[in-house]
Design a protein around this ligand. Structure first.
Ligand code: G4P
Length: 527
C-alpha cells in the first residue's frame, strides 16, 4: 500500500476526562466495536484508587496497567485507529500533557450530571495550545443529567470553544428515551440491555415532524424533541468540519458509555471527520507525514516493571515516512546511528514485533537509558520536534541523599527518572541544593519508592516554599543580570542549564513581572 494510503487511513487520538467521567468505559466500548477485545472488563482502569496514595502496590499495579494500555490500536472499517492512553490520576497530568503532543485529535468525556470539571479544563488548555481538534461525548445520560442546553453553554464557556451538537438527548435518567442523531438523521432508542457490538435500536427519521415519532417516544417527549431541535438549528451554525479541524469548533454527542449507547454514532462520525496524521512542527520547519524519509520523536518513556533490569520502553510517534526494523536512524541529540531489532506495535492489549510502521503509529523501542523525552529520530536531517514542553511544576521539595554510601546510585536514579519525565530537577543558585518540582504530591512518593527499588538509593525530602517556577529570558542583558543578582536566592538552573525564577508567592511573581518589564516569564519550557 502506498505511504499516502497508510497515512489517510490512520487516526491517532486520546480520550481525556476528569477521573470517573467514563474514559475507561468509553475506551473499552470503542475497542469492542473494533473487535480488538471481546469481553467487557478487558481494559483495566489505570486509576489509582482513592485513599491509596501510600499504597505502593497500587502504584505498581497502575504502572503495570499503563504499560499494557499505553497504546491501543485496532481496525474499524478499514481505518487504523490508535488510542493513546492517559493516566487516570491527576498527579500524573504532565504525562497526559506529553501524550497530547503525539495525538492528532481528542475525544473529551464529560459526566452529564457533573458537567465540566477541573481536570477537563486543564487538559483542554493543553489542546488549545496545539489547536487539537476535539469531539465532546457527554456521558451517563442514563442518570439524571443537567439540561442539555445548559451543558452545551457550560462546555462552550468553560472549555472556551464553540460547540455544535450532532446528537441530542431525549430526557435523561429514568425517563431517558434515547438520542436523536442530527448527523445521521436517525433516532437511537435507549434500551438498558448491555449490547456490546450490535447496533442499538436505530430508526431512520429524517422528518421529525412525522407523527410516527410520537409512537416511539410518546407525544410529550416527541414535542420536546421537536422544540429542542428547532432551538438547536436556530442557535448553532451548521456543523463546519474545517472549523473542527482548526480546533475552533467541537461537535458534541450524548450517550451512555456503560450501556454502549451513542458510542457507535460517535465512532462513525469520528472516523469520518477526525484528522489523519498532520504536519508536525520542528525548530526549523514543518514535517509533512507524506515525506519519504522517516522522522519521529519520543513522547513517553516507561520503566520496565522488573527492578532487576533497568530497561525501559520509549514510545516513538512516527511523523513521516516509513519506519523499518533494523534500519539505521540518526538519534539527533547524540549524533549516533541506531537501529532497532525488535520495535513493537500495540494492538489492543497485545504487543508484537513489527517490520514497518507509518505516520500516526506509535512504536515501542527498547531503551537502556539513552533516550529522553523529546528525542528526535531521522534519516540524517538534524531536526528537533517542538510542542513537547515541560510545564511549570506546582509542588517543590529539596531532595537529599539519605545514604552517603549510595551517592552515585542516587544521582543516576534521579537523572534517569527526570529523563523519563517523572518530575523536573532544578539546582538552586543560592546553595547548589537539588530541588524536585512536580505537578502532584504522589510523584514524591513514586520517586522515593522507585529510587529505592530500582536504583538501591535512598532519599529524604525537605520542605521548600515555592509558589511557581518560571523560565526567564530577556533581550535586555543588563536587566536580566540585575534581576538575577537581586533575586539570587530565588534563582535556579534547570536540567539544561537555563535560568529559572522560583517565585515564593504569586505576589512576588506579579511584582517581579511589574518591575522587570523587559524580562519574559514563561510557564512552559518551550518558548
Ligand atoms: P474514568 O476512566 O474516566 O475514571 O471512568 P470509568 O470508565 O472508570 O467510569 C467511572 C464509573 O462510572 C464506573 O463505575 C463506570 O461503570 C461508571 N460509568 C461509566 N459510564 C457510565 C454511564 O454511561 N452510565 C452510568 N450510570 N455509569 C457509567 P464504578 O462504580 O466506579 O466502577 P464499576 O465497578 O462500575 O466498574
Amino acid at each position: 500500500m502506498a505511504l499516502i494510503d497508510e497515512i489517510t487511513k490512520r487516526r491517532t487520538f486520546a480520550v481525556i476526562a476528569h477521573p470517573d467521567a467514563g474514559k475507561t468505559t468509553l475506551t473499552e466500548k470503542l475497542l469492542l466495536f473494533g473487535g480488538a477485545i471481546h469481553v467487557a472488563g478487558a481494559v483495566k482502569s489505570n486509576k489509582i484508587k482513592k485513599g491509596a496514595t501510600s499504597d505502593f502496590m497500587e502504584i505498581e499495579r497502575q504502572r503495570g496497567i499503563s504499560v499494557a494500555t499505553s497504546v491501543m490500536g485496532f481496525n474499524y472499517k478499514d481505518v487504523k485507529i490508535n488510542i493513546l492512553d492517559t493516566p487516570g490520576h491527576e498527579d500524573f497530568a504532565e504525562d497526559t500533557y506529553r501524550t497530547l503532543s503525539a495525538v492528532d485529535s481528542v475525544i473529551i468525556v464529560i459526566d452529564g450530571a457533573k458537567g465540566v470539571e477541573a481536570q477537563t479544563r486543564k487538559l483542554m488548555n493543553v489542546c488549545r495550545m496545539r489547536n487539537t481538534p476535539v469531539i465532546v461525548f457527554v456521558n451517563k445520560m442514563d442518570r439524571p443529567s443537567k439540561d442539555p442546553f445548559d451543558l452545551l453553554d457550560e462546555i462552550e464557556h468553560e472549555l472556551q470553544i464553540r460547540v455544535r451538537p450532532l446528537a441530542f438527548p431525549i430526557s435523561s435518567g429514568d425517563t431517558f428515551k434515547g438520542v436523536y442523531n442530527i448527523y445521521e438523521k436517525n433516532l437511537s432508542l435507549f434500551t438498558t440491555d448491555e449490547r456490546q457490538t450490535a447496533d442499538a435500536a436505530t430508526v431512520d427519521f429524517a422528518d421529525i415532524a412525522s407523527p410516527e415519532l410520537d409512537d416511539y417516544i410518546s407525544a410529550k417527549f416527541a414535542n420536546q424533541l421537536r422544540e429542542d431541535l428547532e432551538l438547536v438549528e436556530g442557535v448553532y451554525d451548521e456543523f463546519n468540519v474545517e472549523d473542527y479541524l482548526r480546533g475552533e469548533l467541537a461537535p458534541v454527542f450524548f450517550g451512555s458509555a456503560v450501556n454502549n449507547f451513542g458510542v457507535r454514532e460517535l465512532l462513525e462520525c469520528f472516523i469520518r471527520i477526525a484528522p489523519s496524521p498532520r504536519k508536525s512542527p520542528t525548530e526549523s520547519r514543518a514535517v509533512e507525514p507524506s515525506e519519504e524519509k522517516m522522522t519521529g520523536f519520543i513522547f513517553k518513556i516507561h520503566a520496565n516493571m522488573d527492578p532487576n533490569h533497568r530497561d525501559r520502553i520509549a514510545f516513538m510517534k512516527i511523523c513521516s515516512g516509513t519506519f523499518e526494523r533494523n534500519k539505521n536512524y540518526l538519534h539527533v541529540r547524540s549524533g549516533k546511528q541506531l537501529k532497532f531489532s525488535s520495535p513493537t506495535a500495540f494492538m489492543a492489549e497485545k504487543k508484537s514485533v513489527i517490520d514497518f510502521a507509518y505516520p500516526g503509529d506509535i512504536v515501542g523501542l527498547h531503551d537502556t537509558g539513552t533516550f529522553k523525552i523529546g528525542d528526535t529520530f531521522t534519516e540524517g536531517e538534524k531536526l528537533k520536534f517542538t510542542g513537547i514542553p515541560s510545564f511549570s511544576p506546582e509542588l517543590f521539595r529539596y531532595i537529599e541523599n539519605a545514604d552517603p554510601m549510595k551517592f552515585k546510585q542516587l544521582a543516576k536514579g534521579v537523572d534517569q527518572l527526570m529523563d523519563e519525565g517523572v518530575a523536573q530537577l532544578f539546582t538552586s543558585s543560592l546553595n547548589g541544593r537539588k530541588i524536585i518540582g512536580t505537578v502532584g504530591q504522589l510523584q514524591f512518593e513514586v520517586i522515593q519508592y522507585r529510587l529505592e527499588h530500582e536504583y538501591g538509593a535512598s532519599c529524604r525530602w525537605e520542605p521548600i516554599s515555592i509558589h511557581k517556577a518560571c523560565w526567564i529570558e530577556s533581550d535586555n542583558k543588563e536587566q536580566l543580570a540585575d534581576f538575577k543578582r537581586r533575586k539570587h536566592s530565588n534563582m535556579a538552573l534547570d536540567k539544561h542549564g537555563r535560568d529559572v525564577f522560583l517565585a515564593d508567592t504569586s505576589y512576588a511573581l506579579a511584582l517581579a513581572q511589574e518591575n522587570f518589564k523587559d524580562i519574559r516569564f514563561h510557564f512552559t519550557s518551550e518558548f
